[in-house]
Design a binder for this molecule. Structure first.
Ligand code: AMP
Length: 219
């Protein structure tokens, strides 16, 4: 019997570990990992016309309008062989985007990472990230070996512009208001996996793997 290919999305509040767990999941199933946050930051850094448009939303901690977001994601998906599977991280972020995605491709796993606001704030306030490879560190939980330097690629570690207290609060509000309704959207579709995102990274991943295996996905 043909192997069931993973077509997953990851959602959760900022600081819930979507990027880390999304990458682990994609590596384990050997499928591409597509992060809208990363795509947007690359466009902004490249100072393209689209990057200039994206910048004002990302820097305000607001969602990029659906039309623009859907266009960027659809464009990316068109370049991939969707039958081989993928992990989408940070998309969809509201029901309108989920409805759009459902017209393009059917998702078979929606991973919801649950993390309380206080823990998300603690993580984001202490987070630094590599400018080159986006590897994430935390000043107390997972400090870099050499301060300010990425242990993987030697790049500089910086704080993300949107990891300020004000913007973190705003992004969390946006999450609760706009993104949380995805819980019932994907539950109704029978593909929701709710994961305790407050555990240490390997335990979160173990829970994801156990629950995906129960749905018949073998890595
Ligand atoms: P992230 O790296 O996932 O935290 O995303 C960083 C920022 O990119 C968000 O705060 C939004 O401004 C924007 N963004 C990422 N994904 C989406 C999306 N699916 N819809 C709208 N805006 C998004």
């Amino acid at each position: 019997m043909a192997k069931k290919r993973l077509r997953a999305i990851m959602f959760g509040p900022p600081g819930s570990g979507k990027g880390t767990q999304g990458q682990l999941l994609a590596d384990r199933f050997d499928v591409p990992h597509v992060s809208t946050g990363e795509l947007f930051r690359a466009e902004i850094a490249g100072k393209s016309a689209q990057g200039k448009m994206l910048k004002k939303y990302v820097e305000a901690g607001a969602l990029v309008p659906d039309e623009l977001t859907n266009a960027v994601v659809t464009n990316q998906l068109k370049r991939m062989d969707l039958r081989k599977g993928f992990v989408l991280d940070g998309y969809p972020r509201n029901v309108e985007q989920a409805t759009h995605l459902n017209r393009v491709v059917k998702i078979n796993i929606a991973v919801q990472l649950r993390v309380a606001d206080v823990e998300a704030v603690r993580r984001l306030v202490g987070r630094v990230q590599c400018v080159d490879c986006e590897q994430v560190y935390h000043k107390t939980d997972s400090p870099p070996i050499k301060p300010g330097m990425c242990a993987l690629c030697g790049g500089n570690l910086i704080k993300r512009n949107d990891d300020t207290k004000n913007l973190i609060r705003k992004r969390l509000e946006t999450f609760h208001f706009m993104t949380e309704p995805l819980v019932s959207y994907y539950r109704q579709k029978g593909v929701l996996l709710t994961i305790n995102g407050e555990q240490a990274i390997p335990y979160v991943f173990e829970e994801i793997m156990k629950k995906t295996a129960k749905l018949g996905f073998k890595s």
